[in-house]
Design a protein around this ligand. Structure first.
Ligand code: NDP
Ligand code: OXD
Length: 309
C-alpha cells in the first residue's frame, strides 16, 4: 500500500518518522517522486497543484493536512468520487485552543494598550473589566470552535457561538443560520472567527456585520482570510467600531509587505500560524482512517463537498 505525501512545509522528516513508527507497512512517497501513479492508494496533501490528484487513478481517499479543505476544493479537477477527509487531530486542536485563549485574554486585558504605553514609558493603569462582563462570541462551532469555547469556560466569559445547524451545548448560547448571525454579533465584545472558507462564508464579515458588533469590539480572525472583507475591516478599525484585531489569516498569504494591517497600531498580525498540524498525532488520525477504509468503513471527518467543509 502506498501513500503520496505533498506538503508546502519542510517537515517531511517528522512525517516519515511518524509513519515508520505507526504504520511500518505503508510505503510513503514524497511528492514529486510519485513513481507509478497507479500504485498510489492514498494522498496526504497541502498545497497540491491543480490536477495532481486527478492523475492518480487508484486513489482510495484524499487526506487534507489541514482542517480546512478550501485548498483542495478549488481544484477544478478534484476527483469527486474519491472520499476527501479533513484533518482533525489533537495537536492541531490544542494549538488552536492555546491561540484563541491567548488572544482573547490579550484583548480582554488590554495588552495592545499596555504595549503602546510601554513604548511611550507611560505608567497608567487601565480599569480592569470582569470576565463576566466581557462577552465572547465564536463564529464556527465545529471541532476547533467548541474546543476553544470549552477552554474559555473557566474564565467566566459569557460564551456564545454561531453555526450552520442548531446546537445545544452546555454553557454556550448557540445561534445558527442567517438570522442568528446579527444576534450573535450584537452580543460579542470579543469575536473569534473560526469559520471555514466556503461559498456561503466568503466575506461574511463585511461592513454590516462589523456595524452589528458592540462599539469597540475586538476581532480574532483565525479561520480563513477570505471570510473577511479586509477593506471594510480597515474602515471599522479607523472609525473605532472595531477596537482591535488579531489577524492570522488573510486574502493574500503571505500578507504583502505594503498591506496596512502590518503597521496598523490596533492590529496584531501572525503568519497563518495559529495552529499547526502535528505529524505525530496527525499520523495517528490518518492511520486510523486508512484502517477503517481498508475494512470498508466510512472514514471519520469526511468532507461534504456540497457544503464545502
Ligand atoms: P469544522 O468543520 O469542525 O467546523 C466548522 C464550523 O463552521 C461548524 O460549526 C459549521 O457549522 C460552521 N459553518 C460552516 N459554514 C457555515 C455557514 N455558512 N454558516 C454558519 N456556520 C457555518 O471545522 P474546524 O473547527 O475543524 O476548523 C475550522 C476552520 O479553521 C478550518 O476550516 C480552517 O479554515 C481554520 N483553521 C485555521 C488554522 C490556522 O492556523 N489559522 C488552523 C486550523 C484550522 P455546523 O456545525 O452546523 O456544520
Ligand atoms: C488548517 C490550517 O486548515 O492550518 O489546518 O490552516
Amino acid at each position: 500500500m502506498a501513500l503520496l505525501f505533498k506538503s508546502d512545509f519542510e517537515r517531511g522528516d517528522a512525517w516519515l518518522r511518524a509513519f515508520a513508527e505507526q504504520a511500518p507497512g505503508l510505503e510513503i512517497r514524497l511528492w514529486p517522486e510519485v513513481g507509478r501513479p497507479e500504485d498510489i492508494d492514498y494522498a496526504l496533501v497541502w498545497g497540491a497543484p491543480e490536477g495532481m490528484l486527478a492523475r492518480l487513478p487508484n486513489l482510495k481517499a484524499i487526506f487534507s493536512i489541514g482542517a480546512g479543505v478550501d485548498h483542495l476544493a478549488r481544484d477544478p479537477e478534484l476527483p469527486a468520487d474519491v472520499p476527501l477527509v479533513r484533518m482533525v487531530e489533537d495537536g492541531l486542536t490544542a494549538g488552536m485552543t492555546e491561540f484563541v485563549v491567548m488572544s482573547v485574554l490579550m484583548h480582554h486585558r488590554f495588552m495592545l494598550d499596555y504595549a503602546r504605553q510601554q513604548r511611550e514609558t507611560l505608567w497608567r493603569e487601565i480599569p480592569q473589566i470582569a470576565a463576566e462582563d466581557r462577552r465572547v462570541g465564536i463564529l464556527g462551532l465545529g471541532v476547533l470552535g467548541q474546543a476553544a469555547a470549552e477552554a474559555l469556560k473557566p474564565f467566566g466569559f459569557p460564551l456564545a457561538g454561531w453555526s450552520r445547524s442548531p446546537k445545544q451545548l452546555a454553557g454556550i448560547e448557540s445561534f445558527h443560520g442567517a438570522e442568528g448571525l446579527p444576534r450573535l454579533l450584537a452580543r460579542s465584545d470579543i469575536l473569534v472567527n473560526l469559520l471555514p472558507h466556503t461559498p456561503a462564508t466568503e466575506r461574511i464579515l463585511e461592513a454590516t456585520a462589523f456595524a452589528a458588533l458592540p462599539r469597540g469590539a475586538a476581532l480574532i480572525s483565525v479561520g480563513r482570510g477570505a471570510t473577511v472583507d479586509e477593506s471594510a475591516l480597515l474602515e471599522a478599525l479607523e472609525s473605532g467600531q472595531i477596537g482591535a484585531a488579531t489577524l492570522d489569516v488573510f486574502h493574500r498569504e503571505p500578507l504583502p509587505p505594503e498591506h496596512p494591517f502590518w503597521r496598523h497600531p490596533r492590529v496584531i498580525v501572525t503568519p497563518h500560524a495559529a495552529a499547526m498540524t502535528m505529524p505525530k498525532t496527525a499520523t495517528r488520525a490518518v492511520v486510523e482512517n486508512i484502517r477503517r477504509l481498508e475494512q470498508g468503513l466510512a472514514p471519520h471527518n469526511l468532507v461534504d463537498l456540497s457544503r464545502g467543509y
